[in-house]
Design a protein around this ligand. Structure first.
Ligand code: 13P
Ligand code: SF4
Length: 405
């Protein structure tokens, strides 16, 4: 007799992600490590900037510091390159001479850099608790179960996975094994077009499984590729069979994973309408992780890099409200003093995990390297890395990407 009790079909699947206090313990089922051992300098140390400068100078070309646009100013100051996740992946792959890559961003970015760099290079994440709640919304066991549902519905051979960079290496590995590609917010349109071509085309019944950000998937499919919102279904991993019937799966063109960004998902249509009422002639620019309804009301949509370029190219004196992470919006104000730049929504706060990388953590990793100690290395399991590399290199080989080969 079986000792396990089967859940009734209607019962939601239990979450496989244990709850951990940030900074304590290690959650091996999640994309992030959450343990930061280390003797950090106090944030009040007045010499932190001088210490970071001295350590970086002592390390010279042996260290390459990458900084995502959502990082704090105090960290960006020490970045050799700043960028969105696509540019940083390209840059990590293009620096084979630097033995140490310090990634000031979040865990999935550091994992991707580890996959794209040589075995002689070590990628370091200054705080292992810098994860991403969106990436944690797709666990590999959930995604494997979802694929079984697609097989059972008889459609798996017509489905190509397209996975947002904001995902664990395990999900990227799944994507590589199933012939798919990674995308970022800079190249999601190109990646989706490629994927539909691979399936023989939308008209021929081709489908994309888009992981894990439903908003980026929907925005790209509907706004850029001209699909209808009705062509999209949302697969909820907490419901049996994603909460979808086999007919719904067969009829869909885009199967969107039920994930979202806990920062961008909070921007509202009301905030866009209020900005238009209060600021004459305002231009609204938002990141494609925002909800579809918000993007529909915006004037421009773009990745972090595209937002910067768009504002840089605008005539002086243009009024902007910007719907993306607050560190970047604050920096845009100092980068472009001739523009009038406001944050779209007062109730949206910083990305808490991006903000975990601060100057004390950066000083700690740099000084440790000077002392010959590598702390917080990010090492992706070789079997996972092999297939994740296939999916990442597929992305870099798309038009506009830069493959290492
Ligand atoms: P991009 O870097 O692709 O603009 O993505 C934003 C983001 O949310 C990264 O976590
Ligand atoms: Fe993740 Fe959103 Fe933070 Fe980016 S901004 S790291 S998607 S939670």
């Amino acid at each position: 007799m079986s000792t396990s009790t089967a859940l009734p079909e209607s019962h939601p699947r239990p979450s496989l992600l244990p709850l951990l206090v940030l900074g304590q313990g290690r959650d091996l089922a999640s994309e992030r490590g959450v343990e930061c051992p280390g003797d950090l300098p106090p944030a009040s140390d007045p010499d932190l900037v001088a210490r970071a400068r001295a350590a970086k100078a002592a390390l010279g070309d042996r260290v390459f510091v990458l900084g995502h646009h959502y990082q704090r100013d105090e960290v960006i100051e020490f970045a050799d390159v700043t960028g969105d996740s696509f540019k940083l992946a390209q840059q990590a792959a293009a620096r084979p001479d630097a033995p140490w890559i310090v990634f000031c961003g979040v865990h999935f970015m550091a994992e991707s850099a580890d996959v794209l760099t040589s075995p002689d290079q070590t990628v370091i994440l200054p705080d292992l608790a810098a994860g991403c709640s969106m990436a944690d919304m797709a666990a590999i066991s959930q995604v494997e179960d979802a694929w079984d549902d697609l097989v059972d519905a008889g459609i798996a051979d017509r489905v190509i996975p397209v996975t947002y960079m904001n995902s664990s290496a395990a999900i990227k590995g799944f994507t590589g094994r199933h012939g798919g590609t990674i995308c970022t917010s800079s190249n999601a349109k190109t990646a989706l077009q490629w994927a539909f071509d691979e399936t023989g085309g939308v008209e021929a019944g081709g489908k994309v499984l888009f992981l894990p950000d439903q908003h980026l998937g929907r925005n790209t499919a509907v706004r850029d590729l001209g699909l209808s919102p009705d062509d999209c279904v949302v697969f909820d991993p907490h419901k049996p069979h994603g909460g979808l019937t086999p007919e719904q799966l067969r009829d869909a063109r885009m199967i969107l994973w039920r994930g979202h960004c806990s920062v961008h998902g909070r921007f509202t249509t009301e905030a866009v309408e209020a900005a238009r009422r209060e600021i004459p002639g305002v231009r609204v620019i938002v990141h494609p992780e925002c909800q579809y309804e918000v993007c529909e009301l915006a004037d421009e949509i773009g990745s972090t890099e595209a937002i910067i370029k768009t504002i840089a190219a605008a005539p002086d004196g243009t009024s902007w409200v910007v719907g993306t992470e607050l560190n970047l919006v604050g920096r845009l104000r100092s980068m472009f003093p001739a523009q009038k730049i406001a944050f779209l929504e007062k109730n949206v706060c910083y990305c808490s995990t991006m903000n975990r990388i601060d100057l004390p953590h950066l000083v700690w990793v740099l000084e440790s390297l000077v002392d010959g100690r590598v702390v917080n290395p990010i090492v992706v399991d070789p079997d996972v890395a092999r297939w994740a590399r296939v999916a990442l290199e597929q992305m870099l080989a798309l038009p506009g990407g830069t493959s290492k080969d």
